[in-house]
Write a protein that binds this ligand. Structure first.
Ligand SMILES: [Zn+2]
Length: 272
């Protein structure tokens, strides 16, 4: 009986049930609502899932773009819509060589108030294609951010063309050296590092000293993301958010809040 009571107490002790503070609000900078989940997850269910995960706002893109539009129309105050420069997964790696992209973007941008272009995949050797230059020019004209899934060569080429535009580097380049991130952050003040799938952040659940230092040195330049690129990631969303809170809360509180929510909210204020 005593053992049972001890077990019961430990079950209800704060900090045992949830390792991380569920109150830490998240603005997820990497959500997809693509056609592969539309049947199972209608917009209202998606919003419930986000709420369950403590994600109060989200940067949303989709293939086709209609997904972000559908979600935006249901919850314009929570959804920051981004437009991919293509409508089909087949164009994921070829869009930057497709002259039809600009017409597509212009037509889609007229539909809802998009806040950025992306997430797009771009390899370093494609980053100086004329279509990319046109996309950067369009972003500048329309006051749009860019969200790029690319390598070091690609991000450098983009930053060279778009030094004055917020450029969000998806996944923080995955496994790019932290010293490279530090150099780029120091040099490019509109570069933001989005952290979904970023390697090496933690060891055994603990934020590494290198990452702690990087985040506290550049507290305004990191964004939290979960990347719901498959239906499975939607199922995992609350667990992924709890995991993110786990390392966020090892940071000073103001830094944690900035990376969880404040930085994205500053970049994308709610528009009336
Ligand atoms: Zn993605």
């Amino acid at each position: 009986m005593r053992l049972f009571i001890v077990l019961l107490m430990s079950l209800f002790a704060p900090g045992q049930i949830l390792a991380a503070d569920p109150a830490l609000e998240i603005f997820d900078a990497h959500i997809h609502y693509s056609s592969d989940v539309w049947d199972k997850l209608p917009p209202q269910r998606v919003l419930e899932l986000l709420t369950e995960a403590g994600v109060t706002r989200a940067l949303v893109s989709a293939t086709p773009g209609e997904g972000a539009e559908r979600l935006y129309r249901v919850a314009p105050e929570r959804v920051v819509p981004f437009l991919r420069p293509y409508a089909s997964h087949k164009q994921r790696y070829t869009w930057s060589r497709d002259a039809g992209v600009m017409d597509y973007l212009h037509a889609q941008l007229a539909r809802i108030p998009y806040r950025g272009i992306g997430e797009f995949h771009l390899s370093g050797e494609d980053a100086r294609n004329p279509v990319v230059t046109d996309v950067v020019r369009l972003a500048r004209e329309r006051d749009l951010a860019l969200h790029a899934h690319t390598d070091v060569t690609g991000i450098q080429a983009l930053l060279a063309q778009a030094p004055d535009i917020p450029v969000i580097w998806a996944h923080g380049g995955f496994d790019v050296l932290e010293t490279t991130l530090r150099d780029l952050l120091a040099k490019h003040k509109h570069l933001y590092i989005e952290l979904s799938f970023r390697e090496g952040l933690t060891e055994a659940g603990k934020l590494t000293p290198v990452w702690y230092q990087l985040m506290t040195d550049f507290p305004r330049r990191f964004l939290t993301g979960m990347d719901t690129y498959t239906p499975g990631r939607w199922v995992e969303l609350p667990a992924l958010a709890a995991e993110a809170r786990g390392w966020l809360q090892q940071l000073p509180q103001d830094v944690a809040q900035a990376i969880a929510y404040g930085n994205a909210a500053r970049l994308f204020p709610v528009t009336k």
